[in-house]
Write a protein of this length. Structure first.
Length: 682
C-alpha cells in the first residue's frame, strides 16, 4: 500500500482514484436553527460514527473497518462569516491508538494535494509509522469539496491544460482549454470563493472541537504543510506538536506556485540521469549524465515535431512534460529503474521504433486522456484559485514561458503555463493568509525536492520563527517522512518520531546525511564510506607538514571551488580557510594528479570564492567528461583531506551546496592516514 501511495504521489493529478465514497450532506443543506452563537452550536454537534465502507466495492473503506476505524461526517459553515447560513459536510475517519494506556492524544494527518482525500490515507500513516499509531488516535479528514466530503465536480473532460508546447499556437490551445475548464465551474460560483485553505483550517479546528480535543498534534506533507502553516497562524494555541513535511512557501502558495519548480525538476531529472548512466547496460540511454540528458532532449524535440506513438497513445509536446514529471516519484533504485524503463520506451518512439508502454507509462497516459473523474482536479484548482489571485492576463504567462525557453526548455512550458485560475468565475473571498508566528514546529524536507523547492522551505522556516528545520541533503524526492510517498530515511524518521512521541524539538536546525547511492563507478573501484558535513566550527587547524596553515576556519559558507583556468571547477561550500599547499585532483576511478594551491579570493588562480560571486561553474576535465566523477582532494583546516565525491548530481543541491563528503576510497593505497572528518555540532 505504501509503495502504491508513493507512485500515486507522482501522478496523482493524472490517475487519482478516490479512496472513499460514503454519503455527505448535499450542497444545499441548511444549518441547524439559528441560536445566539451558531458556531458554538456546530461545535456541540454529536458525530454519528459508522463503518467506513460505503458498499461491497469500497475496498479502502473495508480496510479502514478491518483496522478498527470508524467514520463520520461533521457539519461546517460554507462561509464562516455567515455561520448560520448554508453548510457543507466534512468526512473523516478515526483510527484509535493501539496502546490506549499510553495514548498522547489525537493526530490529524493531511497528505497534501491540494485536494487529496485524507480519510483513507490515515491507515497508510499508521502502517508506515506504527509507533505513532500506538500513541495517537489518527484522524484523516477529507477537506471541503474533496473525496467523501461535500463534492465539487465541474465535469471536466481532462485534468488541466498541460504544457504550453513549443510555440504560440500551442500556448493559445492551452489557454482555450483552461478557459473552457473554468467556464465549466461557473455553475458553482457561489461555492468557489469558499474553497480556500483558510476555510479548511477553520473546518479542521471545528472538527477538533467536535471531537472534544483541547489541542491536537498535526502532520502535514506537501500541501498539507501549507494547511498546517495556516492553521498555526489562525489557531496557535490549539496545536500541541506539529510536523510539516516538504513545507510550502506560505508567501507564494497559489496558482502560480509551480513557476518556481522548473529548475528543481531539472535538477531531479539530472540526478536520475546520473543514475541511468551507471546502468546503461540495462536501458541504453547513455553512458554519461550528459548522454542520458541528450536522449531526453531528443525525445522532447521529436514530440514537438509530431506526437510520439506509444502503444495506443500519442504523446505530444503538451503531454510530455507531464509524463516526465513522474521522475519526482522517488530517487531510490526502484523508482529510478521504473522511470528509466519509461524513458527507454519514449526514446524508442522518438526514434521510430515500436514502443510498448510500461505499466507506469500506461497509467500516466491513460490518466492524461481521462476525464476528471470525481472532480479531483477541479477541487484542487478551486482551492488554489481561492487562496490567491492569479493574473488575468494570459499573455503574461506566455511572455514568462518565452523568457525561460532557453534555461527551462522541458519543464518551463508546464510549470510556467497558465491555469484555469486566469479565467476563474469567482474571486477569493479573503486575502492570502500572512503566516508569521513563533509556534514551535518541526520542518523536515529534502534540499532537492522538485515540488516543495528548498528556497520555499527556507521561506517557511523564516516565517515560522519557532520552527526547527531538519534537511535531508542530496535527496531528490518530494516528502521525506515514513516512506509514505518517497523512499524512507531513518535519520528523518528518528527526528520526527522523537518530537511527536517524546516532545523533543531539535535545539538547532540539523542535516541528515545524503542518501546518495554509493554504487561502483563504471570501470573502477567503489568509493569509500561517506562522511558527513555539518555546519559549525572545525576543530583547531593543523597545517600540512611544511606548508602554511592559512586563515582560521570560521565555519562553512556557500562558495565556488575554483582551481583555475582549464581546471575542474565545482560550486560547493567554502570550508573555512583551506590550507595553502599542493592538493590532489582525482577522477571517479581514483587516479590522481596535482592541483594548484588554493588561495582565498583570487578567482582564476585557484580560489574559494565568496557567496557574493554567484556565477555558475560546470566541472570539466580536459579530454574527459565531467560526469565520469569528480573528487577534489585537499587538506582542510582540520587536517583532513576533503573529497567531493561522485557525479555532479551527487554533490549539488538547489543552491549548489555540497551534498556529500566522501573519503577517496582508492584501493591502490592512495588513501591518506589522516582522514578525520571535519564535523562540529550545529
Amino acid at each position: 500500500m505504501i509503495r502504491a501511495a508513493r507512485t500515486a504521489a507522482a501522478v496523482a493529478a493524472l490517475v487519482m482514484t478516490l479512496l472513499t465514497a460514503s454519503a455527505a450532506p448535499a450542497l444545499g443543506a441548511t444549518a441547524p436553527a439559528a441560536t445566539a452563537d451558531p458556531l458554538a452550536a456546530l461545535r456541540g454537534q454529536q458525530p454519528l460514527w459508522h463503518p467506513c465502507a460505503s458498499g461491497p466495492d469500497d475496498t479502502a473503506g473495508a480496510d479502514l473497518d478491518a483496522a478498527g476505524a470508524r467514520c463520520t461526517e461533521v457539519t461546517v459553515p460554507r462561509d464562516y462569516r455567515r455561520p448560520d447560513g448554508r453548510t457543507l459536510g466534512i468526512a473523516l475517519s478515526r483510527l484509535p491508538a493501539t496502546d490506549p494506556a499510553h495514548r498522547l492524544g489525537t493526530l490529524f494527518y493531511n497528505p497534501g494535494g491540494p485536494g487529496v482525500p485524507a480519510r483513507g490515507l490515515a491507515l497508510a500513516l499508521r502502517q508506515a509509522a506504527p509507533a505513532l499509531g500506538a500513541r495517537y488516535d489518527i484522524v484523516g479528514m477529507d477537506p471541503r469539496f474533496v473525496g467523501a466530503s461535500t463534492p465539487l465536480d465541474c465535469g471536466w473532460p481532462t485534468a488541466g491544460p498541460g504544457a504550453a508546447g513549443p510555440d504560440r499556437l500551442g500556448f493559445d490551445r492551452a489557454a482555450e482549454l483552461a478557459k473552457d475548464l473554468a467556464a465549466r465551474c461557473a455553475p458553482y460560483r457561489a461555492l468557489l470563493p469558499h474553497a480556500s485553505t483558510r476555510n479548511t483550517a477553520r473546518d479542521l479546528d471545528l472538527v477538533r472541537a467536535v471531537l472534544g480535543e483541547p489541542t491536537i498534534a498535526y502532520l502535514g506533507s506537501s500541501y498539507g504543510s501549507y494547511l498546517g502553516e495556516v492553521y498555526l497562524q489562525l489557531f496557535p494555541d490549539r496545536v500541541g506538536r506539529a510536523v510539516l513535511d516538504a513545507a510550502m512557501d506560505p508567501d507564494r502558495f497559489g496558482p502560480d506556485l509551480t513557476a518556481t519548480q522548473g529548475p528543481a525538476m531539472g535538477a531531479a531529472l539530472t540526478a536520475w540521469a546520473a543514475w541511468a548512466a551507471g546502468h546503461d547496460d540495462r536501458h541504453h540511454l547513455g553512458a554519461t549524465t550528459a548522454e542520458v540528458l541528450a536522449s531526453v532532449e531528443r525525445v522532447r524535440l521529436a514530440a514537438e515535431r509530431a506526437p510520439l506513438a506509444v502503444g495506443a497513445h500519442r504523446v505530444d509536446a503538451r503531454a510530455l512534460p507531464q509524463v516526465l514529471w513522474t521522475v519526482s516519484a522517488g530517487d531510490d533504485d526502484a523508482a529510478y529503474e521504473e522511470f528509466s524503463a519509461l524513458a527507454r520506451v519514449l526514446l524508442d518512439a522518438a526514434e521510430g521504433r515500436p514502443a510498448r508502454p510500461t505499466a507506469l507509462l500506461e497509467a500516466v497516459l491513460t490518466g492524461l486522456a481521462s476525464p476528471d473523474t470525481g472532480g479531483y482536479a477541479a477541487a484542487q484548482t478551486a482551492i488554489m484559485c481561492a487562496d490567491r489571485v492569479a493574473s488575468r492576463d494570459p499573455l503574461a504567462y506566455y511572455r514568462d514561458i518565452q523568457a525561460h525557453r532557453a534555461d527551462e526548455p522541458l519543464f518551463g512550458p508546464l510549470t510556467r503555463n497558465l491555469t484555469p485560475c486566469t479565467f476563474w468565475p469567482a474571486e477569493p473571498a479573503e486575502p492570502p493568509t500572512r503566516v508569521r508566528n513563533a509556534v514551535p514546529v518541526l520542518l523536515v524536507g529534502a534540499d532537492g525536492d522538485p515540488a516543495a523547492t528548498y528556497p520555499g522551505q527556507l521561506s517557511a522556516h523564516r516565517a515560522l520563527t519557532g520552527s526547527r528545520l531538519v534537511t535531508l541533503r542530496g535527496a531528490f524526492r518530494h516528502t521525506v517522512y515514513a516512506g509514505l510517498f518517497a523512499p524512507r530515511d531513518t535519520c528523518v524518521d528518528a527526528a520526527v518520531d522523537r518530537y511527536l512521541l517524546d516532545g523533543v524539538l531539535p535545539a538547532h536546525d540539523a542535516d541528515c546525511p545524503s542518501p546518495v547511492r554509493r554504487k561502483n563507478r563504471p570501470g573502477g573501484p567503489p568509493l569509500g564510506p561517506p562522511g558527513r558535513l555539518r555546519v559549525g566550527r572545525c576543530r583547531p587547524p593543523r597545517p600540512l607538514p611544511g606548508r602554511g596553515s592559512g586563515d582560521d576556519a570560521e565555519g562553512i559558507r556557500p562558495a565556488y571551488l575554483d582551481l583555475g583556468p582549464g581546471q575542474p571547477r565545482e560550486r560547493g561550500r567554502d570550508v573555512g580557510g583551506l590550507s595553502v599547499g599542493e592538493g590532489r585532483l582525482e577522477d571517479g576511478r581514483g587516479h590522481g594528479r596535482s592541483a594548484r594551491p588554493l588561495h582565498q579570493d583570487r578567482p582564476g588562480q585557484g580560489s574559494v570564492r565568496g557567496a557574493g560571486d554567484r556565477r555558475p561553474r560546470e566541472p570539466q576535465f580536459p579530454g574527459r567528461r565531467a560526469d565520469d566523477g569528480l573528487l577534489v582532494g585537499q587538506r582542510d583546516r582540520c587536517g583532513a583531506r576533503l573529497a567531493l565525491g561522485g557525479t555532479r548530481s551527487d554533490l549539488l543541491g538547489d543552491h549548489g551546496d555540497v551534498l556529500d563528503l566522501e573519503q577517496a576510497g582508492d584501493e591502490r593505497g592512495d588513501r591518506e592516514e589522516d582522514t578525520a572528518r571535519c564535523e562540529a555540532e550545529q
